[in-house]
Design a protein around this ligand. Structure first.
Ligand code: AMP
Length: 218
């Protein structure tokens, strides 16, 4: 069984950008519960209708719904996943350990950034609604305004929950629920902290060296 990675970090910590790089360059698979939920909303499914308002406010969707979605989209035997956005609280950690990652080798990376910096970063974030590529109008703009470098569509947009008010709520929710999660993984000696206030390249170097040290990447 392959080693699984769990990426922890507040919204805007850059974990999605780093995950995308590992997928492209190292063949890992990205499993983002936020992306899966947004797909359900976009498709207008029953589940999507149920979670749409909760997501727009920046609050968390209930644990059972997210767990079900994860179960339907997870094939641990054949993939090295990067779990992104899951687990979000200590209850989800227990579910992940008991139901998904029992006797599976895994490691967590915590992308740590100051709150002020996070708010500035997220409100400048743009996402391609066609292929999910991530940009930042200040630090990582697309070559042509509004157009995605990866797929060429004029589909760059600001996520509904990336406005300042909602972002502050999402960060608050994150910090409140993450403390016991970080303590849990720390105690298991399964956590590496990355200084994610640095620029993208530097964070990538620290990430790769942490993964090499643990012999997860060679
Ligand atoms: P993200 O893209 O990870 O920032 O997630 C966007 C939104 O989706 C969050 O603000 C939550 O409303 C919801 N969400 C994503 N992952 C989870 C999760 N593991 N548990 C509960 N809600 C989630």
């Amino acid at each position: 069984m392959k080693t699984q990675l769990i990426f922890l970090g507040a919204p805007g910590s850059g974990k999605g950008t780093q995950a995308a790089w590992l997928v492209k360059e190292k063949g890992l698979s990205h499993l983002s519960t936020g992306d899966l939920l947004r797909e359900e909303v976009a498709k207008g499914t029953e589940l999507g209708k149920k979670v749409s308002e909760i997501m727009s406010s920046g609050n968390l969707v209930d644990d059972d719904t997210v767990m079900e979605l994860l179960k339907n989209n997870c094939d641990l035997a054949n993939h090295s996943y990067i779990f992104d956005g899951y687990p979000r609280n200590i209850e989800q950690v227990k579910v992940l350990d008991d139901k998904f990652l029992k006797s599976v080798s895994y490691h967590c990376l915590y992308f740590k950034v100051d709150t002020d910096k996070l708010v500035r970063r997220i409100t400048a974030r743009r996402v391609c609604s066609n292929c999910n590529s991530i940009y930042n109008v200040i630090s990582l703009p697309p070559k042509q305004e509004g157009v995605c470098d990866s797929c060429g569509e004029s589909a760059l947009m600001q996520r509904k929950d990336d406005t300042e008010e909602v972002v502050k709520n999402r960060i608050e929710v994150f910090l409140k629920t993450m403390v016991p999660v970080l303590e849990y993984y720390q105690e298991k000696n399964a956590l590496t902290e990355i200084n994610a206030s640095n620029d993208v390249e530097e964070v990538r170097k620290d990430l790769v060296s942490a993964l090499e040290k643990r012999k997860i990447l060679s």
